[in-house]
Design a protein around this ligand. Structure first.
Ligand SMILES: Cc1cc2nc3c(=O)[nH]c(=O)nc-3n(C[C@H](O)[C@H](O)[C@H](O)COP(=O)(O)OP(=O)(O)OC[C@H]3O[C@@H](n4cnc5c(N)ncnc54)[C@H](O)[C@@H]3O)c2cc1C
Length: 422
């Protein structure tokens, strides 16, 4: 049992009295039965209070086993605390792959799916879209399995569950045959070029990330992650819509060393060593940063970037780096990409909460015209009323929470404020 701990960035200290580290499902069931308030905790990478509880926390750290690869159904079943880094390497050795990864591989599968964590790619839904089944301990202590076959609707409501339905103990994810990616980086893309070329760029390449510090109307770096047949590589063109092919490895913040970044310069390698930006063997224990992100219907990508560009002088002093990605539509009730392809505009801020807290409402107001939805696990100030108008399934989600957790054991301040508006 651990006491008094904070999240990965160190900007939030959990108020929960204790963190339990059970080793069996039965132990989780016992904890749930005897508690009034509690919540599951993953790898603590969220920036807000989404994972906190006024009671106790249950860490899934010891639920880190890969259970089964089902080659007939192209799925893998894992314990909820498995980290993507561990799973990805194992899957590759078995000849399999996941469809995408987030920027870093150190996060837990259950925690990432619960918050609709995503990578980039026009044709790739967020990481939760790979979930075909999950097992959870609900508010009564009962062990329940939800699956696409048996209870698809509840599964679609529960996967991006914000930790509110119970303690997830197992997840089954879709897999495909392993594949290779080559990564090339371009520097200094004039923002104006995106008006004509963004769709063309992102539709042709497996995964594209744009990085900018908003110090000028230029995208500092374009990271292209291209799907290539094994053992081959594509010769990257020296220019990309006015941007120049990088001649050395780059960190998204160009002044930092690229040694922690996944390999670039067109060298092809397995998907899990190219899709995240940061390498698996680099394990940051904490990060001096804050993050926010807004997901906007894809058709507004350029207009939304223009709006941000319009007040970049206010954003840039608080910013480390901003990243722009695309995410495919899905059917998960609380996913920001529910029924809509999205562009995701992300901000990695300096750890200056007063400054960030002041700028977020301005960004949210400017992006409101595009129906921007905040990333659940990052910092935002969007009201419950606004979220209610942005998520047509929010009332159904409230009911689902009440169904699986009638006593509100897994409810916390975050859910009360943002989902229930109380
Ligand atoms: C450096 C950094 C990079 C990031 N990069 C990306 C990125 O590329 N894309 C992106 O979309 N996001 C990104 N994020 C955000 C991150 O993916 C989310 O915060 C994600 O939720 C982290 O997973 P976690 O295991 O740390 O979850 P936690 O923060 O521990 O928990 C998050 C939520 O999941 C719930 N939860 C966790 N485990 C369980 C369980 N077993 N049962 C039920 N509920 C559970 C918790 O209760 C909580 O509600 C990044 C964060 C950091 C710090």
């Amino acid at each position: 049992m651990i006491e008094n701990t904070s999240n990965w960035a160190g900007n939030y200290t959990y108020r929960a009295a204790r963190i339990h580290q059970p080793e069996t499902v039965e132990q989780i069931q016992e904890l749930v039965v005897r508690s009034d308030k509690l919540k599951a905790l993953g790898t603590r990478h969220s920036f807000n209070d989404i994972a906190d509880s006024s009671g106790d926390l249950i860490s899934l750290e010891r639920f880190d086993k890969i259970i089964e690869l089902d080659r007939d159904h192209n799925t893998v079943t894992v314990e909820a605390g498995v980290r993507y880094g561990q799973l990805a390497r194992w899957l590759h050795e078995e000849g399999c792959a996941l469809h995408n990864m987030a920027s870093l591989p150190h996060i837990s599968v259950a925690g990432a799916c619960a918050t609709a964590t995503h990578g980039s790619g026009d044709r790739h839904g967020n990481l939760a879209t790979a979930v075909s089944a999950m097992e959870l301990v609900t508010g009564s202590g009962e062990l329940v399995v939800l699956s696409r076959e048996e209870n698809r609707e509840h599964l679609e409501g529960a996967v991006v569950g914000l930790g509110g339905l119970g303690v997830i103990t197992k997840l089954t994810l879709d897999v495909s045959p392993t594949f290779q990616i080559q990564q090339d980086v371009y520097e200094n893309l004039p923002l104006a070029e995106l008006k004509e070329h963004y769709d063309e760029l992102t539709s042709k390449i497996y995964s594209v990330s744009l990085f900018t510090d908003w110090r000028s109307s230029t995208i500092n770096q374009v990271w292209l992650k291209r799907h290539v047949p094994k053992g081959t590589s594509v010769k990257a063109a020296p220019q990309l819509f006015g941007a120049a092919l990088a001649t050395s490895h780059l960190h998204p913040i160009a002044s930092l060393s690229a040694e922690n970044c996944t390999e670039q310069m067109g060298v092809c390698g397995p998907w899990f060593e190219r899709l995240p930006h940061f390498r698996m063997d680099f394990t940051p224990s904490s990060g001096e940063e804050l993050q926010s992100e807004y997901l906007i219907p894809r058709q507004h990508a350029f207009s939304a970037l223009r709006v941000i560009d319009g007040f970049r002088e206010r954003i840039a002093p608080l910013l480390q780096i901003s990243e722009v990605r695309t995410v495919a539509a899905d059917k998960l009730w609380m996913s920001p990409c529910y029924k809509q392809d999205c562009v995701a505009i992300h901000f990695t801020w300096q750890q200056d909460w007063d400054g960030v807290k002041a700028i977020l409402p301005q960004i949210e107001e400017e992006l409101a015209r595009f129906d921007a939805r905040p990333h659940w696990a990052k910092l935002f100030t969007t009201s419950h009323e606004r979220l209610r108008s942005l998520y047509e399934k929010l009332p159904d989600f409230q009911q689902l929470l009440q169904y699986y957790d009638p006593q509100g054991k897994f409810r916390n301040d975050f859910l009360d404020k943002h989902i229930f508006g109380t």
